[in-house]
Design a binder for this molecule. Structure first.
Ligand code: AMP
Ligand code: ZN
Length: 459
């Protein structure tokens, strides 16, 4: 089945043809580990996880690289302001190194809870300083850089295609108009290496041919992606906010240095929004996985919520919407529980085909989810085939539908009625078994007789 993805670079859906099939090189921008990631961030990681699983389902061998930004991401987009790691360090009275370790661990734990598969390579910016310095040297030799009093900058006018990723992209947020370093030649120029301030001792700094300092945020992704995936690779992802600056600058650095196309397909996920706009830490609206669990939700309820929207559409987050997703997921689990233990049957070909083709069409998860629902509601189909469909869907959705620890969600009295009905049926007391079936229906429990015996589920 041909996969089609919307490529931000060409602004259209394209057939997916990796450079060296069946291998696929995938780079996804990881977290800045100065605090806990919020559900908005996780929406992006879940979209990337879906992509990875759909590639695997279609026989591709994915090599996934994700970075951990543990230095160099400044509070202002204009290469000014403080390093976020130093902000986290002051906030919590811990060293920047401890902050990085604590929040990397928290991120990985959240990913496990959300069933986001780990990357093949997780690389920290602080562990790749020589690679970043080498890339900066390469750019310097080619005349792309110039020095100012606070660092080494990339002259964006020198890169012919600068801005090609964002150019005219309707969904790309406008480049922020910010006061920037007056020594910059062009407003879009950005730092590749910043000098440590003279008056303050930074916790994270390294020597370089240009002076003691630290790498810019964009250079880490160029250096590490090319180190692990080669100078040209298949797919690069991130949130939509990365189009105009971070990814635009990555292209300028990588293509400036190598003279080759950097990435073939750029995929960007839309925002998770609240009534205050984009979910963000800065606006105080950032809900995290811990809060979710404290309110009685499973992280997988949020995973379900994310799958109800196409990744290129904004998705609203409210507790009411999450409640609806929780109910829907519970219902799917109950329907699955009802089918478990049925004799094996192949999945219904039509449903399986429809399911896969929706995902192949630019990862249309909501349509694929609708196919799963439709199949599960088809009581005329053999239970074993319906179960096979759940197994197929779970390869990409991973919503815990097949987990053994299913909540019974019924009271003892109802459980007793279910037991008595099974007994009545076994004794061929059809009058009693019909009566009990009606009583159960009144309690919202549907009983079905199958060849493997009585099965029940919630209406
Ligand atoms: P950061 O830690 O800020 O670098 O963000 C990590 C990832 O989350 C990036 O790919 C961002 O584009 C993405 N992101 C940030 N806020 C949101 C949001 N509200 N909805 C979806 N993705 C987001
Ligand atoms: Zn990045």
């Amino acid at each position: 089945m041909t996969l089609r993805f919307f490529n931000t670079l060409s602004r259209r859906k394209e057939d997916f043809q990796p450079l060296d099939p069946p291998k696929v090189g995938l780079y996804t921008c990881g977290p800045t580990v100065y605090g806990r990631q919020h559900l908005g961030n996780y929406r992006t990681y879940i979209f990337e996880d879906l992509l990875k699983r759909v590639l695997a389902l279609n026989g591709f061998k994915v090599r996934h690289v994700m970075n951990i930004t543990d230095v160099g991401h400044l509070t202002s987009q204009a290469d000014e302001g403080e390093d976020k790691m130093e902000v986290g360090s002051r906030r919590e009275g811990k060293s920047a190194w401890d902050i990085a370790r604590i929040y990397t661990d928290a991120f990985l734990a959240d990913c496990r809870a959300l069933r986001i598969l780990p990357p093949d390579i997780l690389c920290r910016a602080t562990e790749h300083i020589p690679e970043q310095v080498a890339l900066i040297e390469r750019l310097h030799r080619k005349g792309f850089l110039y020095g100012t009093s606070d660092g080494l900058y990339y002259d964006t006018r020198r890169f012919k295609d600068y801005g090609k990723l964002a150019g005219g992209h309707a969904a790309a947020p406008a480049r922020a108009r910010v006061e920037s370093n007056p020594e910059k030649r062009n407003p879009s120029d950005f730092a590749v290496w910043k000098f440590s301030p003279k008056d303050v001792k930074r916790q994270m700094e390294w020597p370089s041919p240009w002076g003691i300092g630290f790498p810019g945020w964009h250079i880490e992704c160029s250096a590490m992606s090319m180190k692990y995936l080669g100078e040209s690779f298949d797919i690069h992802c991130g949130g939509i906010d990365h189009i105009p600056i971070h990814h635009t600058n990555e292209i300028a650095q990588s293509e400036g240095a190598t003279g080759k196309p950097f990435v073939k397909y750029w995929l960007h996920g839309e925002f998770l929004i609240t009534d205050a706009g984009k979910m963000a830490k800065s606006t105080g609206g950032g809900v995290n996985v811990e809060e979710l669990e404290a309110r009685g939700f499973s992280p997988l309820d949020f995973r379900y919520h994310v799958l109800t929207a196409h990744y290129r559409r904004q998705l609203e987050f409210t507790w009411e919407f999450l409640e609806a997703s929780k109910t829907a997921r519970r219902r799917l689990r109950e329907m699955t529980a009802f089918l478990q233990g049925s004799p094996e049957k192949p999945a219904c070909a039509d449903f399986a085909e429809a399911f896969k083709s929706h995902l192949a069409d630019d990862l249309n998860a909501p349509e694929a989810l609708a196919v799963l629902w439709e199949c599960l509601r088809r009581e005329d189909l053999p239970p074993g085939s319906r179960l096979k469909m759940v197994e197929l869907a779970e390869q990409v959705f991973d919503l815990g539908l097949l987990d053994a620890d299913r909540p019974a969600e019924i009271d003892d009295e109802t459980a007793e009625l279910i037991r008595r009905r099974a007994e009545a049926r076994a004794q061929r007391d059809f009058a009693l078994s019909d009566k009990l079936r009606q009583s159960l229906l009144a309690r919202g429990v549907v009983v079905e007789d199958t060849r493997e015996g009585q099965k029940w589920r919630k209406k």
